[in-house]
Design a protein around this ligand. Structure first.
Ligand code: NAP
Length: 500
């Protein structure tokens, strides 16, 4: 094959969360240095930067909730706090020399493909041009606050958990928490002890799997792991392997799934003795159907003398509190919205235009759709890391982000070797992938009859329905048959060859 001379690809990574950090480190390790990371926040970390509500803890054990290229021996707890995870991200950025590539407070407003390269504009008007755009923009980054009548007239304070305001006083207050997902459960547990009253408004009860989330990592384990990097890597490998059990449990209706579901039912029975409250807390769908909530403290918190669970629908917010469908007015000083996110927005509201002016809204008119989480037809030289169908809730997100980043690196290497100028996934390959996804969703627990944020408006499930081995096989080497590989783009201006 005739190849063009060696040239260095310029790359723009959008987002400095788990996906963006994984991409940047992977590219750097592969010898690619011409990249910038544009991050809309004032620090790295993505969800771990934006979320800092009281009680924030990761319900995935720390030994697996970390990058494979940066295993940390000395996690202070088995399930790390949000603050410790955020410090870890900052440390990784320093350790791998990403600071010089980072542009904070840089929200991308436009990313336009001009037929050859990408033209990217930041909110302050700064423009960058590059050969590749990597959209590492995450899933849960647009907080959702329901439009409840009367909200504007509320005399107290309001806050969304994903935009916590540190000046808010919670001690001694009459607090309402709206929402019963992973966030609602954590924030209820954290605020109840010091609140005057805590009222949780739960539209749909959740199964809450018991786990001792406050458990510290023993100092002996830390010492041993610090002394032996080989053992530390083995523990990471083992943790990844063990997390495969979770994928198996959610993907297939076997005795293993039934066992975990029995544990969820037991968690409720063992901790809530009051029959009436237990009935109220019992969901009418299978455990694991929604994103599984894990907590060792929630059931105690909601049974405390100053706590109340309200399942009546909210009809309005009054200046003094919250009125429910039974006509009761709950007097409240602070409303905490733990009401989740607009989960399928991905890069939006960015003006993202691919080939021939195609906008992302046009391409995704029928919902978000990508090829193997990583490429979108009509958008040449653009890849997504943790894009549509990412395995939230089944496979390590760090593993998935690193795997996808290595896959993208294959394309960067081929570009560098002069093998192509633009590459774009085909419509046909994307349809085949999405058909396979739809079929594989059949036996998953997510498809057993509950309403969750996993569902798109088109009623598809935006998750990864395969195991880790399949994911690894799909994202190891690019399959050229699935791509339009173009070697004839107009020659570019060599003065424009850098992102910086
Ligand atoms: P979520 O799971 O989407 O839960 C939102 C909650 O708000 C639900 O209980 C929902 O009720 C309720 N809600 C929404 N609109 C409402 C309205 N108008 N009136 C009353 N209730 C309303 O959001 P989340 O708890 O923030 O969690 C989102 C995801 O973030 C999780 O699933 C997880 O993936 C991730 N997360 C992870 C951790 C971790 O430890 N790793 C911690 C927190 C979050 P319905 O159920 O009836 O819709």
């Amino acid at each position: 094959m005739t190849t063009k001379p060696y040239r260095e690809p310029s790359i723009i990574i959008i987002g400095a969360g788990v996906a963006g950090i994984a991409a940047a480190v992977t590219f750097k390790k592969a010898g690619f240095e011409d990249f910038v990371i544009l991050e809309k926040g004032s620090d790295v970390g993505g969800v771990w930067f934006w979320n800092r509500y009281p009680g924030l803890t990761c319900d995935v054990p720390s030994q697996v909730y970390q990058f494979g290229f940066a295993p940390k021996a000395d996690w202070s707890r088995i399930w790390a706090t949000g603050a410790e995870i955020q410090r870890y991200h900052a440390d990784v950025v320093e350790k791998f020399g990403l600071r010089e590539h980072l542009r904070l407070d840089s929200e991308v407003t436009d990313a336009v493909f001009d037929g050859n390269r990408w033209d990217v504009t930041v909110a302050d008007g700064t423009r960058h041009r590059a050969d590749f755009v990597i959209a590492a923009t995450g899933v849960l980054h647009h907080p959702f606050t329901p439009d409840i009548p009367g909200l504007d007239e509320f005399a107290g304070a309001t806050v969304h958990t994903a935009r916590w305001n540190d000046s808010i006083v919670t001690e001694g207050k009459r607090i309402a928490v709206i929402g019963s997902g992973s966030t609602g459960v954590q924030v209820v547990s954290a605020l109840q002890p010091d609140a005057a009253t805590l009222t949780q408004f739960a539209r749909t009860p959740q199964w809450v799997l018991w786990a001792p989330m406050g458990l510290r990592q023993s100092s002996l384990v830390t010492k041993v792991l610090l002394a032996s990097p080989a053992l530390r890597d083995r523990v990471y490998g083992l943790s990844l392997w063990a997390s495969g059990i979770l994928a198996d449990v959610v993907l297939r209706p076997t005795w293993r799934r039934r066992l975990v579901q029995r544990f969820a039912r037991w968690s409720l029975r063992a901790q809530v003795r009051d029959r009436k409250l237990r009935e109220t807390l019992t969901p009418d769908y299978q455990p694991l159907c929604k994103r599984q909530v894990v907590s060792g403290t929630y059931y105690q918190a909601i049974q405390a003398a100053n706590a109340e669970l309200v399942t009546e629908g909210i009809t309005e917010i009054t200046p003094a509190g919250i009125r429910t469908a039974d006509g009761r007015e709950h007097e409240i000083d602070l409303i905490v919205f733990a009401t989740g996110f607009h989960p399928h927005n991905y890069m939006r509201p960015m003006n993202l235009r691919g080939r021939d002016g195609l906008t992302i809204d046009q391409a995704w008119e029928k919902g978000p759709r990508a090829y193997r989480m990583s490429a979108i037809p009509g958008f040449p030289n653009l890849f997504t890391v943790l894009g549509p169908n990412s395995p939230t809730g089944s496979i390590s997100l760090q593993y998935s982000a690193e795997l996808t980043s290595r896959y993208i690196t294959r394309w960067l290497e081929r570009f560098r070797a002069g093998e192509f100028d633009t590459v774009e996934v085909t419509e046909d390959a994307t349809t085949r992938f999405n058909d396979a996804v739809a079929e594989a969703m059949g036996p998953t627990v997510w498809n057993t009859g509950c309403n969750s944020w996993y569902f798109t408006e088109q009623n598809t499930i935006d998750l990864w329905p395969f195991d880790r081995k399949t994911m690894t096989a799909m994202l190891t080497e690019p399959d050229d048959h699935d791509f339009l590989i173009n070697r004839n783009a107009p020659a570019r201006d060599s003065a424009e060859s850098s992102t910086r």
